[in-house]
Design a protein around this ligand. Structure first.
Ligand code: SAM
Length: 250
């Protein structure tokens, strides 16, 4: 273990001995945790992860501009006949997704729901937009209605991706994801579009009776690598994971 400044040789020897007993994967996880706590963003995520009042899915706010251009284009094409489509960007992080949608749908009304208040503050600071509402919440308003809902890189967890445990139960149980998916389904109008990608679950498993029709194309979104089924167990083999779905018209 490299020397730690200001820590006595005895304590260093104790730490080194302890490190030898901890499995490397756990040690790596601990180091990653400590690194996260060293930034304000990391501390906000850490607090959210420990909050009992929030139904947190993916804790990481990682996003970037134009992350899914072909999918955004496809959605805009399908909504082109609406004078003012209503969109929900669920888990919008710092607003890059919302700005990508705005470029394609200048008249849309966009609700951007995000559980991380620090991310929402950054999204708001990036510029005002009278037709976008940034909302700090862990679920959509049940009274709202949308013509399209996006849930991209939200129904996943960095620890499922990073460690691929055989069960997701202790990290993000299937039942929690299914409840969150049902809340999105409830606010999407019949005939509406759901973009659901970059997830550790298949939408058709989460909402088996809702009758969603998948589009065959993947719009450049990579296949999910770690997937879990209704029994919380990791799925093996090839699994078909479409990314754009239409809700039945009635
Ligand atoms: C990896 S980011 C995805 C951002 C963007 N959608 C994208 O694909 O680039 C996942 C975001 O989902 C948010 N999130 C997780 N659980 C949520 C929940 N229950 N309600 C709203 N946002 C949530 C996290 O705070 C995080 O900012």
């Amino acid at each position: 273990m490299p020397g730690l400044r200001g820590v006595s040789a005895q304590v260093q020897a104790l730490l080194a001995a302890a490190a030898r007993r901890v499995p490397t994967s756990r040690l790596r996880r601990m180091v990653r945790g400590l690194r996260r706590l060293s930034t304000p963003e990391g501390r906000t995520v850490w607090l959210l992860e420990r909050s009992r009042r929030v139904d947190l899915l993916q804790p990481s706010p990682h996003t970037w501009e134009e992350r899914y251009p072909a999918l955004f284009d496809a959605l805009a094409e399908r909504l082109a006949h609406f004078p003012q489509p209503r969109l929900l960007s669920f888990g919008c992080s710092t607003g890059e997704e919302v700005r990508a949608l705005r470029r394609r749908l200048p008249d849309a009304l966009i609700d951007a729901v995000e559980v991380n208040p620090r991310s929402i503050a950054r999204a708001r600071a990036a510029g005002s937009d009278p037709k976008t509402r940034y909302i700090v919440a862990d679920r959509p308003d049940p009274a709202a209605r949308y013509d399209a809902v996006l849930a991209l890189a939200v129904f996943r967890h960095r620890e499922l991706e990073g460690y691929a445990p055989s069960s997701c139960a202790g990290i993000l149980p299937f039942a929690s994801a299914a409840q969150a998916a049902a809340r999105l389904d409830a606010v999407l109008v019949p005939g509406g579009w759901l973009a659901f990608a970059n997830a550790n679950f298949c939408l058709l498993d989460l909402l088996p009776d809702a009758g969603y029709a998948p589009e065959p194309e993947r719009f450049g979104v990579p296949e999910a690598v770690t997937l879990y089924g209704p029994d919380d167990m990791r799925l093996s083999g090839e699994v078909y994971t479409p990314v754009l779905f239409r809700k039945p018209a009635s």
